[in-house]
Design a protein around this ligand. Structure first.
Ligand SMILES: [Zn+2]
Length: 248
């Protein structure tokens, strides 16, 4: 029952994250006006805005102009709902659950904005960094120092890869957005798990990146989504992976 509640809560939050994903890169207000169809500007009624269900009932089309609604709306709602349940199973009803759910929202917003616009908003990176450091400061000195070193090592590792990449490929390989983004992740995870994210992300990113390069001749490949995916894996299974790596 409580899992179902988290699924429903996640889908509602996911619906709001969709608004953030659309409006943040366009510098629009997150609260006003009401959501509109991007094609015909018709205001979306509340009963057409029920997470997951409305998309299925409307079969992915605007009720007025019948033009397609991006599947991204459904995907984000479902992904957020499913991850809310997994995070609940991992953390139980604890303060850490709230802490990491907030982080998860930032990861999802950054991922989908990065996919569409090849940028990660500073609101997510710097806002998250401040929150990660502040909350861990409350948990005590050792945890705060781990959080701070996580932020420094996270940012530095991507920065160094960027410098090496630039030297080899003679062009910008890593955006500064990714530097700020892994610094933010580091402030939540501490340095050990941040390094794990750093080494795990290429396993997700490289195959997709290679595919996009060959298929679409893509110039820049967003890296934020793979850092986010690796972070979720590390949050859920990081301890198990670290134990396997060091005590095997
Ligand atoms: Zn429409």
């Amino acid at each position: 029952m409580i899992k179902l509640s988290f699924f429903i809560l996640g889908s509602i939050i996911g619906s709001f994250l969709n608004v953030c994903i659309y409006r943040m890169p366009r510098s629009e207000s997150l609260v006003k006006p009401r959501s509109r169809c991007v094609h015909c500007q018709k205001a979306i009624k509340w009963y057409e805005n029920i997470p997951l269900i409305s998309y299925i009932v409307l079969s992915g089309k605007c009720s007025a102009c019948k033009k397609p609604i991006s599947p991204r709306y459904f995907i984000v709602e479902f992904l957020t709902a499913a991850l809310f349940v997994l995070f609940y199973i991992k953390f139980g009803l604890t303060f850490d659950l709230l802490f990491f759910l907030i982080m998860l929202c930032g990861l999802i917003v950054a991922t989908f904005i990065d996919f569409e616009h090849q940028l990660i908003p500073d609101t997510v990176s710097f806002g998250g960094l401040a929150l990660g450091l502040a909350v861990n400061a409350f948990k005590g000195r050792a945890i705060f120092l781990n959080s701070l070193s996580g932020a420094v090592i996270g940012g530095l590792s991507i920065y160094v890869i960027g410098v090496i990449g630039k030297f080899i490929f003679k062009k910008e390989a890593m955006g500064f957005g990714d530097v700020k983004f892994l610094a933010m992740i580091g402030s939540f995870l501490g340095w050990e798990k941040t390094l794990l994210v750093f080494f795990l992300a290429p396993f997700f990113g490289a195959p997709v990146g290679l595919f996009l390069k060959l298929r679409h001749k893509a110039e820049t490949i967003p890296y934020g989504p793979y850092l986010s995916l690796a972070t979720v894996v590390v949050i859920l299974w990081g301890e198990k992976i670290l134990i396997k790596l060091f005590y095997f």
